[in-house]
Design a protein around this ligand. Structure first.
Ligand SMILES: [Zn+2]
Length: 242
């Protein structure tokens, strides 16, 4: 029996009984934590704001026999503006679902946690198009999972693919294929799309920028990442994909 304090964000919840919720929390130092928020659906509950999707804060947990109960909450951020834009909300839920698919109980996931917070902040508080934000997230998420796409050399022959050159992307192998090496049936990855991915790899998430020189290859990255998940994803992106 112990009491712990944990900075965490709500990835998911499930209602049960009349007024309770089971929260799936993501902590950068403890990975996935399941915790009960008792009475949190009562209108005057002090845990009301602790038990919503995207709630980021310090969770006081009472832990006994492997079960955790939320006994206190200090809010940090709720990413509230996401609620007023359906596409951006849908993207936010998609990012939470990707984290849920990756984060194991007890895992240290500082990089993924910060990537999630920075991307949600930009979805909620800037008007930067969501396609670029989600693509940058997917690319760095893949890197956090040890499956960083190879974007500089052909994975068949090892030759460096120059900046203006045509190339395709092998979704199964996770890397570029040059024009000489049987790109049949593979999606193309245009120079401007490769520039975007390299930029998202080299720049902190708070500074990613899509512009005329850098196009986010959303569809390719989505297919690449989703095909590698060990469980079906609970969320989908908005319909319009570029
Ligand atoms: Zn090649």
């Amino acid at each position: 029996m112990k009491q712990t304090s944990n900075t965490a964000i709500v990835l998911r919840y499930a209602n049960y009984h009349e007024q309770d919720r089971m929260l799936t929390l993501f902590s950068p130092t403890r990975g996935r934590v399941e915790a009960v928020a008792r009475g949190c659906r009562k209108p005057k509950s002090h845990l009301l704001s602790a038990s919503e999707l995207f709630s980021l804060g310090d969770y006081e947990l009472f832990e006994k026999n492997g079960r955790a109960t939320v006994i206190g909450f200090t809010p940090i951020e709720s990413f509230y503006p996401l609620r007023s834009d359906f596409d951006r909300l849908t993207c936010g839920v998609y990012l939470l679902a990707l984290c849920e698919a990756a984060v194991q109980p007890g895992a240290q996931e500082q990089d993924l946690f910060m990537l999630l917070l920075h991307t949600l902040s930009r979805l909620a508080f800037t008007d930067q198009p969501w396609e670029g934000l989600v693509t940058g997230f997917l690319h760095n998420y893949a890197a956090c999972q040890g499956m960083r796409p190879r974007l500089r050399h052909c994975i068949r022959c090892g030759r460096r693919v120059e900046d203006g050159e045509a190339a395709c992307f092998d979704l199964r192998e996770g890397g570029l294929v040059c024009a000489d090496h049987g790109a049949e049936g593979l999606p193309r990855l245009l120079p401007a799309e490769r520039r975007f991915l390299r930029h998202a790899e080299e720049t902190p998430a708070s500074q990613w920028l899509a512009d005329a020189e850098r196009t986010p290859p959303l569809s390719v990255m989505r297919q690449y990442v989703e095909a590698r998940l060990e469980m079906p994803l609970r969320a989908r992106l908005p319909e319009v994909e570029r």
